[in-house]
Design a protein around this ligand. Structure first.
Ligand code: ADP
Ligand code: MG
Length: 348
């Protein structure tokens, strides 16, 4: 059989890791990315540089691949829809449309009877004033945010005056949860009630950016079961194919909330590269390409540390023990708080 060629939109670290996993199982990759210097260039078989709105780039990319997936959710919906007319896009564009907007995402979760934080749509300063019952809160742009970008903490009524509401932007105001712990579940859905699901991962954020992840998560059975059930419900309701991540908050009273859903592989799942026989990237590719589902098993417990900004230089010159695995994303420029690499340390 001729080799399959997988198209990947986006060439960051997730795109790179998808390419590595594809290569391992004999699948070619073509990345389409709007950053000429994207690190994925180092890992794919072919790289197409172009704007995500460019019809000629979209057509060139679509012609060359057998199917298409993506590494991030903020791709114009029209682009995904256009590509989907030429080649199959998985996860389906309409799923991405729901999840790329924090408001429709939370409305969807609540329609599945899944608890989220309290929230309200904000389009004006007046809306903000009249929803002070949700303070202290976080005002987030509905679209395009990641790693805490596009978010403002509002402590109480008194610093409302400092907030600038951009008329061209849509926002959501979320009540702040008194977080005890954050966890995530990575699930790969192959088809109806056909899943590979990783155990909950415990996550620690600093300045709204993921810093550490580890398994096992230090949680009780009830939270473990509920978070697993919700991840299954979400992927089943969306008729999702591929790997998806659900991020959760656990509050001081042990209430579970879904924070957000990522319709893609996820940073908190990087440790699965070393802790499991089949990692989140390979499971994603197997599911979207219709390949055999392999029973996914944990080999070892472990933790992952994200290396942000200049931290990477310390690790580039470091010697590692046999249980330590260092990943350098090979990003061209080092910027403060930018995810530059990670290290996974397996429990001995
Ligand atoms: P991003 O898309 O940037 O990952 P998130 O909504 O996941 O945005 O926010 C990033 C982090 O900020 C969360 O993991 C959490 O630590 C903190 N955070 C976000 N929303 C809330 C909230 N409503 N209450 C408490 N903490 C929050
Ligand atoms: Mg998040």
């Amino acid at each position: 059989m001729a080799k399959l060629t997988l198209g990947i939109i986006g060439g960051g670290q997730l795109g790179s890791m998808l390419c590595i996993a594809a290569k391992k199982i004999g699948i070619n990759t073509i990345i389409f990315c709007d950053d000429e210097n994207a690190p994925g260039k180092n890992f794919c078989d072919e790289f197409i540089f172009g704007k995500y709105e460019s019809i000629s780039n979209i057509e060139e990319f679509s012609k060359k691949v057998d199917l298409v997936t993506y590494e991030f959710e903020n791709i114009p919906y029209e682009t995904l829809k256009y590509i989907n007319k030429i080649k199959k896009v998985l996860p389906k564009p309409k799923i991405n449309k729901i999840i790329q907007n924090r408001l429709t995402e939370k409305d969807f979760l609540n329609s599945c009877n899944i608890r989220t934080v309290n929230y309200v749509s904000i389009n004006s300063y007046k809306d903000l004033k009249s929803n002070s019952n949700l303070l202290p809160g976080i005002l987030k742009t509905c679209t395009m945010g990641y790693d805490g970008k596009g978010q403002i903490k509002i402590n109480s009524d008194n610093n409302l005056e400092d907030i600038v509401i951009n008329k061209d932007e849509k926002y959501i105001l979320e009540k702040i949860v008194n977080i005890k712990k954050e966890i995530s579940i990575i699930i790969t859905r192959y088809g109806q009630n056909k899943f590979e699901i990783y155990e909950p991962i415990e996550n620690l954020h600093e300045d709204q950016i993921l810093k550490y992840s580890k398994i096992p998560a230090n949680i009780g059975n009830e939270i473990l079961e509920k978070s697993t059930d919700w991840a299954k419900i979400i992927s089943e309701e969306l008729d999702y194919i591929g790997t998806l991540c659900v991020e959760y908050f656990i509050d001081k009273n042990d209430n579970l909330y879904v924070n957000e859903v990522a319709p893609r592989v996820h940073n908190s799942g990087h440790l699965t590269i070393n802790t499991h026989n089949v990692n989140q990237f390979e499971n994603h590719i197997r599911a979207i390409c219709g390949l055999e589902k392999i029973l996914t098993k944990k080999i070892c417990n472990g933790k992952m540390i994200n290396l942000l900004g200049e931290d990477i230089n310390v690790y580039r010159n470091k010697k590692f023990n046999s249980n330590e695995f260092f990943f350098d994303y090979l990003k061209k420029d080092i910027k403060p708080k930018r995810k530059m690499g990670h290290i996974t340390i397996l429990e001995k």
